[in-house]
Design a protein around this ligand. Structure first.
Ligand SMILES: Cc1cc2nc3c(=O)[nH]c(=O)nc-3n(C[C@H](O)[C@H](O)[C@H](O)COP(=O)(O)OP(=O)(O)OC[C@H]3O[C@@H](n4cnc5c(N)ncnc54)[C@H](O)[C@@H]3O)c2cc1C
Length: 517
């Protein structure tokens, strides 16, 4: 018989997993982590040059400030790992974590569905096992079964499984005489190995998101000053806005999106008719803000010169959590010819390199695909078949109430699937809310109402941005937190004066329990 280790199993020990473990620590959860350390993407999905895309104070736990939080520099991935390590030590979280323990299957072993006859989602800890989890010891390869009442999925949307483009038959990587790898494999290389891979080589980096941009800069830096140094070609399909830093025409970035007054301009789910009308009347201001930022970005960076100016408004990228910080040196390397941009909607391999949709061919020694990750597959692979259809809407978005509970899946929570501009805070506040739900200090609405709320969030995203596959709440994150505060019995208005309530940015510190109002 499968042993019962704990009432609650948390899968994954990245930012979300440790946030959930901390908030649920009074239940002595067991945390299964596939690797030998905490930190998730910051350990396994980062290059030498990977940095946080915001100042550290925007990426901190409410009850554990960064030691040097006033430092406005964006911390490196090593500094983030150090911070997460000290968080785990401070709250003694490692005692819950089983490292090198990869969950390979989850089986539903109860006969109770998520919703009883009353149409209500049941309690999360029903007093009997609901899930059987198969866990592989990654060192010995042995599998052990465990039974738990509840599972918290924190395996992350990024990392672990590479998303690769599809190619016409016979025109894929097998055709290419050089080396092909995904950015995930590049992250596994040591400093010297990574240098050797790109030094003096003709490198193509596929993609134009954060991983691709950082990789191109790293490749250019390796070849800087080298006589035999070659350029790095970025193969770009879709464009998104990038920002150089957190100031726009002398104004801090938060001024436009992270205050109550700025978010008031944006549509939010289930708003009143009056609010809809106000949003409509104020929409020229909203569009003006987007244009204002676009004008700054095109003035500050040679986006037009390199054909990197997107056609769509900045706001659509912000509303879909697609904004990436452009490293300061990117355009210097481009001006020096060390980074070359090649736009192509389709491409495939030939023996010597890449063939583009305009018929041209380029020779390469190394092709690195920074084409993203397959988070859906990661989840599907371990999920019981009878629940897989509930995991994603056809649009690609995961249906999660408060970004945490899937109304159709019993005794399970998800942390780390809803995105915003500060994902640590997003995961933490949901973990606080989840712990109260587990302890029955708050009650979920009927399933029908939860589904309505989720659908409404999806509709808002669809109306706001064409990139609505990700569940992103960045334009109404304060309202999302307000609703969770109300459900937890907290005062959603967290500031001391009406002025700061309206004009100062909301961050994790506003939700510190010791300042709970
Ligand atoms: C390159 C990059 C840069 C980013 N920059 C920012 C940024 O600047 N700001 C920001 O807010 N967000 C950023 N993000 C988003 C980032 O993903 C989140 O901030 C956050 O770190 C996600 O944490 P997580 O715990 O949800 O997922 P992950 O960090 O992916 O952690 C998941 C954990 O689960 C483990 N796991 C996976 N499968 C299993 C299994 N089957 N069994 C057991 N364990 C398993 C993994 O080993 C991993 O440790 C960035 C992401 C990437 C990839």
């Amino acid at each position: 018989m499968a042993p019962i280790l704990s009432k609650i199993a948390i899968v994954g020990a990245g930012v979300s997993g440790i946030a959930a473990a901390k908030q649920l620590s009074h239940h002595q959860p067991v945390v299964f982590e596939a690797t030998d350390c905490i930190g998730g993407v910051w350990k396994h999905c980062s290059y030498r040059s990977t940095k946080l895309q915001s100042p550290r104070c925007d990426y901190e736990f409410a009850d554990f400030p960064w030691p040097n939080r006033e430092n406005a520099d964006f911390p490196s991935h090593l500094e983030i790992l150090e911070y997460l390590d000290s968080y785990a030590s401070h709250f003694d979280l490692r005692r819950f974590i089983r490292f090198n323990s990869k969950v390979v299957a989850i089986r539903f072993i109860s006969d109770v569905s998520a919703n009883g006859d009353s149409g209500e989602y049941g309690v999360l800890l029903p007093g009997r096992p609901v899930w059987e989890i198969s866990v592989m010891d990654t060192e010995s390869g042995t599998i052990q079964l465990y039974k738990v009442e509840m599972v918290v999925m924190c395996i992350g949307k990024y990392g672990d499984i590479a998303r690769l483009p599809e190619f016409p038959s016979g025109r894929g990587p097998e055709k290419f005489a050089g080396k092909v790898m995904h950015s995930l494999d590049y992250c596994k290389l040591g400093k010297e190995e990574a240098r050797e891979l790109v030094k003096g080589k003709r490198v193509a980096v596929i993609g134009y998101k954060k991983s691709a941009i950082d990789l191109a800069v790293e490749c250019a830096e390796t070849n800087e000053g080298e006589e035999e140094g070659k350029s790095c070609t970025m193969v770009v399909r879709g464009l998104h806005w990038t920002v150089p830093h957190y100031w726009v025409w002398g104004l801090p970035f938060f001024f436009f999106f992270s205050t109550r007054s700025s978010q008031f301009l944006h549509e939010r789910p289930n708003q009143t008719f009056l609010k809809t009308l106000i949003c409509l009347l104020l929409s020229p201001i909203k569009q003006g803000v987007s244009k204002f930022i676009e004008s700054y970005l095109t003035w500050k960076m040679p986006l037009e010169k390199y054909g990197l100016k997107p056609e769509h408004p900045f706001l659509e990228d912000y509303a879909s959590c697609q904004m990436a910080i452009m490293p300061e040196t990117f355009f210097r390397h481009a001006d020096e010819g060390k980074i070359v941009i090649k736009k192509a909607s389709k491409w495939c391999f030939w023996n010597g390199g890449i063939e583009f949709d305009d018929g041209s061919r380029s020779e390469f020694d190394v092709v690195i695909m920074a084409t993203g990750f397959d988070g859906k597959k990661k989840l599907n692979d371990i999920f019981p078949p009878q629940f897989r259809t509930f995991l994603h809407y056809p649009s690609g978005m995961m249906p999660l109430y408060r970004g945490t509970i899937n109304p159709m899946i019993p005794n399970m929570a998800f942390v780390g699937y809803l995105e915003s501009v500060a994902n640590l805070h997003t995961a933490e506040i949901r973990s606080i809310w989840l712990a109260r739900l587990v302890d029955e200090k708050l009650k979920l609405p009927e399933t029908r109402k939860m589904v309505e709320q989720i659908n409404e969030e999806m509709e808002v995203m669809k109306r706001t941005t064409r990139f609505y596959k990700r569940h992103c709440i960045s334009t109404y994150s304060i309202n999302h937190s307000d609703q969770m505060c109300e459900e937890m019995g907290w005062n959603p208005w967290r500031k001391n004066t009406w002025f700061s309530e309206a004009f100062s940015p909301y961050g994790s510190q506003d939700y510190n329990k010791t300042t709970t109002k």
